[in-house]
Structures are given as C-alpha cells and as structure tokens.
Design a protein around this ligand. Structure first.
Ligand SMILES: Cc1cc2nc3c(=O)[nH]c(=O)nc-3n(C[C@H](O)[C@H](O)[C@H](O)COP(=O)(O)O)c2cc1C
Length: 411
C-alpha cells in the first residue's frame, strides 16, 4: 500500500502534474459536470471517496464517485478544478473584508483579474438560525467564481453543519476564519480566539473537511500576541486536518491592523507545510505582491485594503509578473470606475441601499484626486445613486478638461 498522505494535500501533489494549459482546464463543460457530480452525491461522499481513490487505497470508490469520474486522470482534474490553486500559483486573490467585500466589489475584482475571491465573514450560527442578513452575506454571482464562502464559529459540529447547509449556494470552497480580532467575536471564542486553542481550531477544520465535498481553506493570524506566535504550528495542524490551503496574515490579534505584517512568518510556515500557503498583509501595489512571492516563497498573495478603490491592482500584479509595465489609471478613469461601481450597486441592491453600500468604496476611488474632499462631502450628502452618479460625471468632465494637456500627453 502506498504511504498515506494527509488530506487534500495529496490531491494537490497529484494535480501538480497537470500542465497549466491542459485541455482538461480548458474544457469548462467537463469541469462543470464534475462540480455538479460533487453536489449530487451525499455530502462528502464523492470528495472523500475520490480522495481515497487518488491515494490508491480504495479501488471500490469508482462506483461512489459516479460516472463523472471515469479514470484517475479525471479524478486528478476533479481535485485540480476544485482547488484550482496549482493553475493560479503566483496570482493574487481578494481578501475577505467585512463591510467592503460585497458581491459587487468581488465581481469587479474578479473582472480585473483576481484569481479567487472570498466573501465577507459569515457567522455559522447565523446560517443555522436561518438569519436572512447572514445568508445574504454568503450569496454570490456566477461571475465571481471561483468563490469561497468564509465561515466563522467556535463549535466544530455547528460550523460543520453550517458548512453543509451553505453548500446549497454551490460555493467553490469554504474558508474558515481564525483571525477576526473584534471583541464581539473573540469573546464568543470565535475568530482569533481560536489561535489560543489550536486543538479546537484543528477540530473545527477536520469536521468541516469531513462534512463537505468542496475544498476547505483556513485563514489565520500569527498568534494572539507577540508572546504567543503560533502561525507555524497552526498551519501544520490545519494541514493535518485536511485543509486545502492556509492563508497567513502575520499580525497578532493584539496588533489588529497596526504595525507591519511580519512576512518572515509566512516564509517559515511555507517551509513547514506541503499545502499551498497564501501570503497576506501590506500588499499595496503590484511590486509588493511580487516581493512577497519572492521573499516568502508563498504560493499566492491575498490583497485586502490595497484593492479598495483600486480593483485593477489584480491586473497590475499579473502584468508585472509577465514583465509588462504597470500604469495607474488616469484620474478621470478612476472616477469612471467609481461611477461603474455605484451603478452596479444600485442595480443589485436598489436605491438608496446601493448608494449606502457603495459609499465607503467611492472615497477610496477618489483618494488623492484634486478637490476630492469636496467631492466626497457632496457624495455623502447625496440622497440617491442617481444624484451621486450625476455629480461624479460632472466631476469627471471637470477632470477631463483640466487634464487634457499634461495628463493625456503622458498617456
Ligand atoms: C475592513 C476590513 C474587514 C475585514 N474583514 C475580514 C473578514 O471578514 N474576514 C477575514 O478573514 N479577514 C478580514 N479582514 C482582514 C483582511 O482579510 C486582511 O487579512 C488584512 O486586511 C490584511 O491584509 P491587507 O494588508 O492586504 O489589507 C478585514 C480587514 C479589513 C480592513
């Protein structure tokens, strides 16, 4: 019998042999049928049977895996499709951001080249209670795929049950939040509190991996405090639990968002696990993303605040990796992007709710532009999306005229 590899990392090793331009990847119809097959079987049956099959332990799983998985190559493709991380190596993904990472922002980032997007954190308890607002946070559009729904909770069985429940939305994977620092969350033993109870963190991950037929990833911080740095041990335990990838935001809970992210911890964690490691923290421009990949050896980078008002940062990362020059959009194009964002929010959420959801993003698009603070004041007083769009369009015209000479000459 072959040595047993642990969790989907085994699958990652196998899918790693599939060339990036393999026809299997290009064949989206096949990939979709495999995804459908995963959902049609009883929860976890296909995922686990197929995993055993890949390991070579269980010849009988062919029948469980069903018609979609006719041979081992298909099985490898199945995992590759579910994880998609091998193909995405070196790319940038959008961080989960409560209050900012709604469906519209996520789809804009995907359109600009984010390799993967993650929803805002979603309460496992809220899902189980059937809270409408919680379910809404988990919803996403087809154009966002691949998309992970991020869950947080503290009871392994309850989080696993919520993960199973949320499968009805057909996410490409589930991400587990082990890093949220806010008092309301940590007081309940959720989010970053689990950095102080790694055994429970591992149990949560294990139970969720067992419960769902999609990849499970996890996002951690470096530890609770400078005296309790646990990133490496946490990453190893999560790997043992069967998660498909781990994201490391190397700040402690005590730091919240202050100070610098300690990228050396990403490097250490990367050296200590075989599953893909996603580096996160302080990537503000495409150059930072490349530096993080190079300095830490991480597989992918995750960008949060650096994408606010700049969803094109993902395209810039891709261009820079290809050696192409990176240019920032002209001021008028930034205003146009703000208008587009607002239009999409109004279309999706209605008016004025769409305006309310777009507002924090609008300031980010305008940051640093001439007369921006005055424009922001007016936008914040706007009562409807229509009014705000009219105002932004006037502003764009003013910028275009004011800019025509030096701005455009430089391209
Ligand atoms: C407004 C805001 C909301 C956030 N919400 C979440 C969240 O829901 N789940 C999560 O895992 N991290 C959350 N984070 C943390 C980010 O995902 C990320 O780890 C952190 O901002 C560091 O990355 P950055 O420097 O690229 O922003 C949030 C961060 C911000 C600024």
């Amino acid at each position: 019998m072959r040595p047993r590899a642990s969790g989907p990392s085994a699958a990652f090793g196998i899918t790693g042999k599939i060339p990036p331009e393999s026809s299997s990847f290009a064949d989206r119809a096949k990939v979709n049928s495999l995804r459908e097959a995963a959902f049609l079987t009883t929860p976890s049956a296909l995922w686990h049977s197929a995993r055993d099959w890949v390991r070579g332990d269980e010849p009988t799983t062919r029948s469980v895996a069903g018609n979609a998985l006719q041979n081992e190559a298909d099985c490898g493709t199945f995992f590759a499709m579910l994880l998609d991380l091998e193909r995405l190596r070196g790319e940038a993904i959008l961080a989960p951001m409560a209050g900012f990472g709604d469906a519209v922002f996520r789809s804009l980032c995907r359109a600009e080249g984010a390799a993967l997007v993650v929803t805002e954190m979603v309460s496992a308890e809220g899902i189980l209670r059937g809270a409408r607002r919680t379910w809404e946070l988990a919803e996403f559009g087809e154009e966002e795929r691949p998309v992970l729904i991020q869950l947080f909770g503290s009871d392994p069985g309850r989080v696993a049950e919520a993960a199973e429940r949320i499968l009805s939305l057909r996410p490409d994977g589930i991400d587990l939040n082990f890093g949220c620092p806010i008092p309301k969350v940590v007081r309940r033993g959720e989010g970053a509190a689990l950095l102080r109870d790694l055994a429970r963190m591992e149990r949560i991950a294990r139970e969720v991996v067992r419960a769902v037929p999609v990849p499970v990833t996890a996002k951690i911080r470096s530890g609770w405090s400078a005296a309790e740095i646990v990133a490496v041990e946490a990453a190893q335990r999560l790997e043992q639990a069967g998660v498909a990838a781990v994201t490391i935001h190397p700040r402690t809970r005590e730091q919240r968002f202050a100070g610098k992210a300690d990228w050396s911890l990403i490097k250490e964690a990367k050296k200590s696990v075989r599953i893909p490691v996603i580096g996160n923290g302080d990537v503000r421009g495409a150059e930072d993303a490349l530096r993080m990949l190079e300095e830490t050896g991480c597989d992918l980078v995750m960008i949060g605040r650096g994408a606010l008002g700049r969803p094109w940062i993902f395209r810039q990362v891709r261009h820079l990796r290809q050696g192409a020059p990176v240019r920032d959009p002209l001021p008028r194009d930034r205003v146009r992007a703000a208008v587009r964002h607002l239009e999409l929010c109004a279309a999706r959420y209605g008016d004025p709710r769409g305006l309310r959801i777009a507002k924090p993003h609008l300031s980010s698009y305008l940051k640093g532009l001439p007369g921006a603070s005055q424009v922001k004041d007016r936008l914040f007083r706007a009562a409807s999306a229509r009014e705000a769009i009219d105002y932004l369009q006037e502003y764009e015209e003013r910028l275009t005229h004011g800019q025509r000479s030096p701005g455009e000459a430089g391209g």
